[in-house]
Design a protein around this ligand. Structure first.
Ligand code: SF4
Length: 164
């Protein structure tokens, strides 16, 4: 069976980001996977109950998604709201969707407090970022779904090509 890939909905061109924008990922492999029916599109934040637009949120105190999942950090909106529970709900739904659809891999946009896998912002809403994962990326990864960022499409291509 062809391996399926869970993909951030905003990378598929859907205008679901906090500010109502999309970030379509232009890559030949993504077009091919789409045509092959391999992509399962999901926005963890919408799945967790958020609307568009919504206030931007970051993981507090330069921590990361694993810290949120383990109760050491919260996800806070710029307006001060504690949205931790909804971020964890979105991560759980993302894993359920990945499992239902037999997604072995996830291709997620970097920098997001949900989908980031290489870096996230530090909670100061000043544009400072650090290495770390968002809540959904961390949850998928710890449950056996291999996560790639939007800058790692070529690695995912190689990974799929090397599958037996
Ligand atoms: Fe895109 Fe993920 Fe943010 Fe949804 S949660 S808008 S899919 S980065």
């Amino acid at each position: 069976m062809l391996p399926k890939i869970l993909i951030s909905a905003c990378l598929m061109g859907l205008p679901v980001r906090y500010n109502g924008s999309a970030k379509p990922l232009l890559h030949e492999a993504v077009d091919r996977w789409k045509a092959e029916g391999r992509l399962v599109s999901l926005c963890p934040e919408l799945a967790g109950g958020f609307a568009v637009p919504r206030p931007p949120a970051e993981i507090e105190r330069a921590m990361n998604g694993d810290d949120v999942l383990d109760g050491r950090a919260r996800v806070l909106e710029v307006t001060g709201g504690d949205v931790t529970a909804a971020y964890i709900d979105g991560a759980r739904i993302a894993l359920a969707v990945a499992r239902e659809n037999h997604c072995r891999f996830a291709l997620l946009i970097d920098g997001s407090p949900s989908c980031g896998s290489g870096f996230v912002y530090d909670g100061s809403f000043s544009g400072r970022r650090h290495a770390g994962q968002g809540v959904t990326a961390a949850y998928l990864q710890r449950n056996g779904v291999e996560v790639f960022s939007d800058s790692e499409v070529d690695f995912l291509v190689e990974k799929i090509a090397a599958l037996p």
